[in-house]
Design a protein around this ligand. Structure first.
Ligand SMILES: C[S@@+](CC[C@H](N)C(=O)[O-])C[C@H]1O[C@@H](n2cnc3c(N)ncnc32)[C@H](O)[C@@H]1O
Length: 406
């Protein structure tokens, strides 16, 4: 892989976890020999076959499909592809399982094995508790937040760009008043713009990255789960943004800069918010971006019309995401918008590779993983959100956007 931009460097770091998972499922679980004996296998069946956690099985199948070693079938099950048959199973004439085993006792592989078997996240770099336990330590919270901030400096501008239409005011009503009657402008600057989803590259990232094809997702959705207008057409007049689990506030700052007239607040843990305040001040935005120390699993503050979850949902299971989304639904006004900024899988969960690798990292380090748009729609739809759709941003990132009915 050639490094063309910051997303490639972040992707390379994430891929180390994925490589450890690959080595582990080949060397320790002999996954391709066992799958090759079956016509098709689902994540649940893999979990039973290998006696591993089902979330881990699901993420493993997506990653191996993204590598081209498994093929995803229309019903969501997988089967082994030709390269896996030829090189990675018992009886192969070129049996590379022997080569894979040469690196299988590395620390990362031992961690992967443990997470596969238990489903519990690994400790952070083998040191103390998992990342969430360690967030209560101020030093750890600072260095973790610095990492989030660094990534946000190239992702933030693209996020602002792709949500720009949400900040436009509806056309003001023009009151005819006698002789001062105003003519309608030839071209109304407030005409809602239909957003055409496209890949937005930050100035520093020219990396061509695959994106999930799910723009305006509708396929396979149960009736009522997504709204009619799943075309990326949510436009609006967002004024106050709540960046939930917002860390340094980099994305809140990017959004207020992209959406004139808006203000924001960043909600994060008490151990994080000193870093948040300093980062916002360093950007000169303390007058527009506030900070709230709190627990996002408690009641969410009222008075915000856009709730942003950036790189947050991948830390949690579907049930916890459901709780957060339901709390947002309760706190948002009618017409309010919820945004999930993350790496999203394609609808079939066959990749793309960079997103699948990131999902492996999240699976190993948290109780979460990366989600596809249909998976999120199955959470958001029953809560009442509509117009659920995906907009690509940059470097493999995208947003899933949805709206509380007006
Ligand atoms: C992976 S980081 C993402 C940070 C940032 N939004 C970004 O996109 O880089 C997850 C964030 O969620 C915060 N967090 C975790 N549990 C939380 C809770 N119960 N209440 C508030 N914030 C929480 C963490 O402190 C951390 O800043």
């Amino acid at each position: 892989m050639t490094i063309l931009g910051p997303g490639d460097i972040v992707g390379l770091v994430n891929s180390t976890y994925a490589a450890d998972l690959f080595v582990t499922v080949v060397a320790e679980f002999d996954i391709f020999t066992r799958l090759a004996q079956r016509d098709a296998t689902t994540a649940q069946q893999l979990s039973e076959l290998l006696e591993i956690d089902e979330r881990a099985a699901d993420v493993t199948l997506t990653y191996l499909a993204a590598l081209g070693l498994l093929e995803r079938l229309p019903d969501g099950a997988v089967r082994v592809t030709e390269p896996a048959e030829q090189y990675l199973r018992a009886g192969s004439s070129i049996d590379l399982r022997h080569y894979v085993r040469t690196v299988s006792t590395r620390q990362g592989c031992r961690q992967a094995s443990q997470v596969l078997r238990t489903g519990q996240p690994a400790s952070w770099e083998g040191d103390g508790g998992d990342w969430l336990d360690r967030m209560s330590e101020n030093d750890f919270a600072d260095s973790f937040s610095a990492a989030m901030n660094a990534r946000g400096t190239y992702l933030g501008p693209a996020l602002g760009e792709v949500l720009r239409d949400l900040g436009r005011s509806p056309a003001p009503e023009i009151q005819p008043t006698g002789d001062n009657r105003q003519a309608a402008p030839a071209e109304d600057p407030h005409t809602p713009v239909v957003h055409t989803p496209e890949v937005v590259h930050s100035a520093h990232d020219t990396t061509p990255v695959d994106h999930p094809p799910s723009v305006g997702w509708q396929a396979g959705s149960p009736p009522g789960v997504v709204g009619d207008g799943v075309t990326g057409e949510i436009t609006g007049s967002v004024r106050k943004i709540l960046d939930i689990g917002g860390s340094s506030g980099i994305y809140a700052c990017s959004l207020v800069q992209a959406l004139p007239g808006t203000s924001a607040a960043v909600l994060d843990l008490p151990s994080v918010v000193d870093f948040t305040r300093e980062s916002i001040a360093a950007r000169g935005l303390s007058d527009r971006v506030d900070v709230i120390a709190g627990d996002m699993f408690g009641d969410l503050p009222q008075g915000f019309d856009l709730h942003l979850y950036s790189n947050v949902w991948h830390d949690w299971d579907a049930q916890s995401i459901g709780k957060l989304a339901a709390a947002s639904f309760a706190a948002l006004p009618p017409g309010g918008v919820i945004v999930d900024h993350d790496m999203h899988l394609d609808d079939a969960k066959s990749g793309p590779l960079r997103q699948a690798e990131f999902s492996v990292r999240m699976m190993l380090m948290t109780v979460g993983k990366c989600y596809s748009t249909p998976e999120l729609a199955r959470i958001l739809g029953p809560i009442g959100f509509e117009d659920i759709h995906l907009r690509p941003t940059t470097a493999g990132y995208s947003v899933v956007v949805a709206r509380k009915p007006a």
